[in-house]
Write a protein that binds this ligand. Structure first.
Ligand SMILES: [Zn+2]
Length: 296
């Protein structure tokens, strides 16, 4: 009975994922890339904490759990609005007071920005005595996932087209919605074309860029403010700016997006994946460092 129920739930979840593939956030690959980059940058204390929080079946691989939040969003329906922070059309700015709202119910404080702040706060409980009242493993999964989502420009897109979900275009010959192109298609085309379909090579290339090309920017990415890590309002502001400058530009309903669009946009995707990974690591390094937690 128990296992039948589990199978049933898994079946329902998979069919829902099949029906709504375009609303997942970065696709599985994008989220896995962010978490791989992040886990490679953890200090020893944070690495040990992540290892402890992950279940045995993860094999100490955070990336294997980075899409968990998408897999449960139809069971934990309350979590659905936490993947986004859409903004009024064409303003191209993020205002937390105005935009951090569940668009379906109008409930304030229900968006990816608030979710990042919430799960960061929960994880500060790591190592506390007595044991935390929160499920810190789930907090880690949610934080790792939402740090990816907030860096996908169309997760901070416009409310009326639901971050590009309602804009139908062609990706070369295939009919897609614009949101899906930024979640998956650009990454897929890039990995196929430049990395012989090998994701590991793609992750290595981003890591090389972090060490070389972007090396002098890393500190700015990490230390977004003198007192706070992470800074989700900053990340959301950057995303809506990219959404206006890159994602929505020349991608009206019915457009055919080909090499001109792909070749000018994939560097933005690479940068956002790198920033998400670096910032997730900086956040985990800070909050899972027990010495720091004890001193707070
Ligand atoms: Zn998501």
């Amino acid at each position: 009975m128990g296992s039948y129920r589990i199978q049933l739930v898994v079946g329902i979840v998979s069919s829902l994922l099949f029906v709504f593939p375009s609303t997942q956030g970065w696709g599985e690959d994008g989220h896995a890339i962010v978490c791989k980059i992040a886990q490679g940058r953890l200090n020893s204390r944070a690495a040990a904490a992540v290892k402890k929080l992950l279940p045995a079946d993860a094999g100490n691989d955070l990336s294997s759990k980075c899409s968990w939040a998408d897999h449960v969003r139809f069971i934990y329906t309350w979590s659905s609005p936490l993947h986004f922070a859409d903004t009024p059309d064409a303003l191209c700015t993020f205002n937390n007071q105005r935009d951090c709202v569940d668009q379906a119910t109008g409930t304030r404080g229900r968006c990816v920005v608030a979710a990042i702040a919430n799960y960061t706060t929960q994880l500060l409980d790591y190592g506390s005595v007595p044991k935390s009242k929160y499920n810190l493993t789930q907090a880690l999964y949610f934080l790792s996932h939402f740090m990816g989502d907030i860096h996908q420009p169309l997760h901070c897109g416009f409310t009326t087209d639901r971050g590009g979900n309602d804009i139908t275009v062609h990706w070369y010959t295939r009919k897609e919605n614009l949101h899906h192109i930024w979640d998956d298609s650009i990454i897929e085309t890039e990995v196929e074309r430049f990395y012989d379909s090998n994701i590991t090579d793609f992750v290595n290339a981003i890591q090389q860029n972090i060490k070389n090309e972007w090396a002098d920017q890393i500190e700015d990415w990490e230390n977004c403010s003198a007192t706070d890590i992470p800074c989700p309002t900053t990340y959301a502001s950057e995303s809506v700016d990219d959404a206006c400058k890159w994602a929505y530009k020349d991608a009206e309903e019915g457009s055919v997006l080909e090499n001109d669009y792909f070749l000018s946009r994939y560097p933005i995707v690479n940068l956002r994946l790198a920033q998400a990974g670096v910032r997730l690591a900086a956040t985990l390094n800070q909050i899972l460092d027990q010495g720091l937690v004890m001193s707070m």
